[in-house]
Each structure stands twice: as structure tokens, then as C-alpha cells.
Design a protein around this ligand. Structure first.
Ligand code: FAD
Length: 441
């Protein structure tokens, strides 16, 4: 292992927030309003050496570590109750070398910052669908977005990472340096260290996009849904088929990244779905596409999610979907294309071969409704469980070790545990979808 010790051995007092300090409450807030954790200390890290120093400080003081980038972990893993939160948000810079088609993205950057830096050159790389999600958590778990069928998941576009380990050492991970760590960082989540910089490959995506959405009453949607599923099997990679089921309406369509006229041409195949009650065709910039759901997926609302991966969508599963509890909103997004061209053992990310991802989501504001709304989302997902083939690690919530076993097949999990034993045998980084080490020291 090559390593350079972190330069700072102490954390500057100015970087620390404690309960009662100005800015403490804002800094501990994350996306899901149900998360109300109170760290003993928040270290607002400005550089890699400070991240290393914060890890050592937490270990000296016996404080549980949480790592915060975009704060989108649905269960609030970023914020340790009574522990030390390593807040990476001040480290949000993105540097682009357009001629080399590379971006260097600091570990606390949001997806919106990545797109804002690359799109002036007509470049982009796969990122998620909501611009206030963090590059950190999204990339380490996989990274699904509208470009993935063309260019692979975000983790498939990582060239190298700078990582602070549990020892406070700083290492690089790439195909040539610490290759097993590099393997684990592409899908294994935040289990092995804190990534302070991602080097990402960029692509000539252009700046245009198109979204096509057809609404059907749920009671009449089974046949259109089945045709939409069949069309997805031969859809071009620039199209990512997506569907939502909410409030008794089923919306079927796709998102196109590329020339909108070609997208409109492709939209003609949806005529085979029958007569929708509404049809929306929206041409928009790629940057606007990436921000389109920012408000509906905004902060300060109570949230609960339950997800599945599906290798196919038989008619029986469609029957389950169209008869879903109207109070739950579910989303379906197609995978395939370039995602499936990466060898399964090339990355810790598992579940290539997934055809659709399903997420049941509940959002509400009244704390008195917590149990009822969570139960409704759980029940909707449970009805689809017989058709599931696993789950996306970044869609996991409160499922614990059982959820982690659903996210990784046994051989991947064994390799991840061996990596954890090598890099973090004391499980210093455990506030995540945890790969527990086999050795208890
Ligand atoms: C509204 C919304 C939309 C989403 N859309 C998508 C989508 O389109 N595609 C998709 O693939 N996923 C999506 N997700 C899921 C998302 O990928 C996960 O929630 C992810 O964990 C969020 O990362 P974050 O940095 O924002 O969250 P945080 O809560 O800050 O971090 C989550 C965990 O990631 C780890 N972590 C974060 N940054 C680092 C780092 N730099 N180094 C080491 N560990 C780190 C830590 O373990 C941390 O606990 C979405 C989530 C939400 C809430």
C-alpha cells in the first residue's frame, strides 16, 4: 500500500461546531426531516489533511464517525448522534480538463456542481436525477442516472480516488494503485475510507434532453405498461424508460439525452401504448433535466423509501404495480445498455443485469403520521418482493445486515469483508450500509 501521512495532526478550532454554536443546527440537518441527530462535534473539513486529522481526533476521543457529503442517506447515516460528523461540504470544488475529458471532484461536492462545471464544454458523466444529491455517497454505492445506459454507472467512470483511511493515512486508489481498494470503492459505499477526491471520465453528451410522459388511469394501465416494458427491451441507449405510479395514475415514458428531434422520433413507438389521458413532451437542457425533480425531492419533508431490483417485469408484477395503494408513490427506472457491459467482478457494485429499479417512496410532514406512512411504503414494496432480484445499496434504508445481503451476492460480500478486514478491521467507518469485518479486535 502506498501512503502519505496526512499533514495536519490537529483539527483547527475554527473548523469545529459544537451544540449551541452558530451554524450547528443548520450543519446537522440532512435531506430527510425525520433525521434529528445531534453530533457532539461537527468538523467542517476544508482539505484532505483536515479530514485525516478529524478521523484521528474521533478515534482518540472514542467518538463514532459519520461522513457527510450531500446528506441524502435516507436514514441519516451522515450524522452520528453524539459522535463526530466529518462534514465534507466545504470541499465541493470541481476542476475540469476538457481536452482530456476528465473532472476532479472533491468528496463533498453535489451533483449540480459537477454538471455546472462540465456542461459549458458539452461534457458530462453519469450522475443521479436530483442535483442536490452528493457525488460522494452516490458514486461509492454505484451511481444511476440518465446517462448510465450510454456510459455506465458513475462508479464505472471513476479513474482514481484520493482516500483517507481509518489510520489517517492518505492513499490513491486506481487500477494501478491499491487496486483492490479501488474495486471496493466502486459500489462498496463508505466502508473503506473517506474519498476526498474523485477523478471522473467525461463524455461528449451535448447539452440537450427530452422528456416524454404519458398518463393512464391505473385501472386501465396494465396493457400499456406491458407494451412499455416490451419496448424498453429494444430501446436505444439514449432513452432511459421511466414510470411512476402515484395517486391512481400510471405515467409511462422515457428520458432522452441527446438530439431532441431524435428523441421525438423515438417517442412515436409509444403510440402503441394506446390513448393516454395526458401526454407531456418537454424539451429541456441537460442541466435543467438534472434539476427537474429538485423541488419535489426537496428537503424538510419526512421520508421513507423501500426499493427492489427487478431482472424482469412479468405481467403479474405489473398487476401488483397498477393496483398499488394510491397514497404511495413508486418510481421505476430502466437499467441495461452500458451498465451491463462492465464485467460483474470488475467492481463491488453488483446486480448488473438488472432491467428495472423500483423504489416505493412516502413523503409527509406530520410526525403523527410516521408509522402509517412508513407502513404503507413497506407494504407496497412487500407486494412486489416476490419478483425482486436484489436491491440497490444506495436505495437501502433501515434494513440493516439483511439489506446488505440483498445488495451483494455471497461471493461479492465475502470479497468486501476481506477488504474491510484489510483496511478497516475495527469498523471505524460503520455508519453506512455496513460491511462488518470478520475480525473483531
Ligand atoms: C432525492 C434523492 C434522489 C436520489 N437520486 C438518485 C439517483 O438518481 N441515482 C442514484 O444512484 N442514487 C440516487 N439517490 C440515492 C443516493 O445515491 C444515496 O442516498 C447516497 O447515499 C447519497 O449520497 P450523499 O453524499 O448525498 O449522502 P450522505 O448522507 O452525505 O452520505 C451517505 C453515506 O455515503 C458515504 N459517503 C458520502 N460521501 C462520502 C465520501 N466522500 N467518502 C466516503 N464516504 C462517503 C457515507 O457512508 C455516508 O453515510 C437519491 C437519493 C435521494 C435522497
Amino acid at each position: 500500500m502506498t501512503s502519505t501521512p496526512g499533514q495536519a495532526t490537529t483539527v483547527a478550532e475554527a473548523a469545529i461546531l459544537r451544540p449551541g454554536d452558530d451554524g450547528y443546527d443548520a450543519a446537522r440537518q440532512v435531506w430527510n426531516a425525520m433525521v434529528d441527530h445531534r453530533p457532539a462535534m461537527i468538523v467542517r473539513c476544508r482539505e484532505t489533511a483536515e479530514v485525516a486529522a478529524a478521523v484521528l481526533l474521533a478515534r482518540r476521543e472514542g467518538l463514532e464517525i459519520g461522513v457527510r457529503c450531500g446528506g441524502h442517506s435516507v436514514v441519516g447515516h451522515a450524522v452520528p448522534d453524539g459522535g463526530l460528523m466529518i462534514d465534507l461540504t466545504p470541499m465541493r470544488a470541481v476542476r475540469v480538463a476538457p481536452a482530456r475529458r476528465r473532472a476532479w471532484v472533491q468528496g463533498g461536492a453535489l451533483l449540480g456542481a459537477l454538471d455546472a462545471a462540465t456542461q459549458p464544454y458539452g461534457l458530462a458523466t453519469t450522475a443521479g436525477n436530483v442535483s442536490h444529491t452528493g457525488v460522494g455517497g452516490l458514486t461509492l454505492g454505484g451511481g444511476m442516472g440518465w446517462l448510465a445506459r450510454q456510459y455506465g454507472l458513475t462508479c464505472d467512470n471513476v479513474e482514481s480516488c484520493e482516500v483517507v483511511l481509518a489510520t489517517g493515512d492518505v492513499v490513491r486508489a486506481s487500477a494501478d494503485e491499491n487496486p483492490e481498494l479501488f474495486w471496493g470503492l466502486r459500489g462498496g459505499g463508505g466502508n473503506f475510507g473517506i474519498v476526498t477526491e474523485f477523478e471522473l471520465r467525461l463524455h461528449e453528451t451535448g447539452t440537450q434532453a427530452l422528456s416524454v410522459a404519458l398518463d393512464f388511469p391505473a385501472a386501465e394501465a396494465a396493457a400499456p405498461f406491458a407494451r412499455w416494458r416490451d419496448l424498453n427491451a429494444t430501446a436505444p441507449r439514449r432513452a432511459t424508460y421511466d414510470a411512476t405510479i402515484a395517486g391512481g395514475i400510471v405515467t409511462l415514458g422515457f428520458v432522452w439525452v441527446g438530439d431532441p428531434d431524435e428523441g421525438r422520433e423515438h417517442a412515436r413507438v409509444l403510440d402503441a401504448l394506446g390513448s393516454p389521458i395526458a401526454r407531456r413532451v418537454e424539451e429541456l437542457s441537460y442541466v435543467d433535466l438534472q434539476r427537474r425533480d429538485d423541488t419535489v425531492e426537496g428537503h424538510a419533508v419526512r421520508r421513507y423509501w423501500k426499493g427492489h431490483y427487478l431482472r424482469d417485469l412479468p405481467d403479474d408484477a405489473i398487476d401488483v404495480l397498477v393496483s398499488q395503494d394510491p397514497s404511495v408513490a413508486a418510481g421505476i427506472q430502466a437499467y441495461g445498455g452500458a451498465i451491463d457491459e462492465v464485467a460483474d467482478d470488475a467492481t463491488a457494485y453488483s446486480q448488473r443485469g438488472t432491467v428495472f429499479e423500483y423504489v416505493a417512496a412516502a413523503r409527509w410532514t406530520d410526525p403523527a403520521a410516521d408509522e402509517e406512512r412508513m407502513a404503507a411504503a413497506r407494504a407496497a414494496a412487500a407486494r412486489l418482493a416476490p419478483f425482486a432480484s436484489g436491491v440497490y445499496v444506495n436505495a437501502l434504508g433501515d434494513e440493516g445486515a439483511e439489506g446488505v445481503r440483498r445488495a451483494y451476492p455471497a461471493d461479492k460480500l465475502a470479497r468486501l469483508i476481506a477488504l474491510k478486514d484489510a483496511y478497516d478491521p475495527e469498523n471505524v467507518f460503520h455508519l453506512n450500509q455496513n460491511i462488518a469485518p470478520s475480525v473483531r479486535l
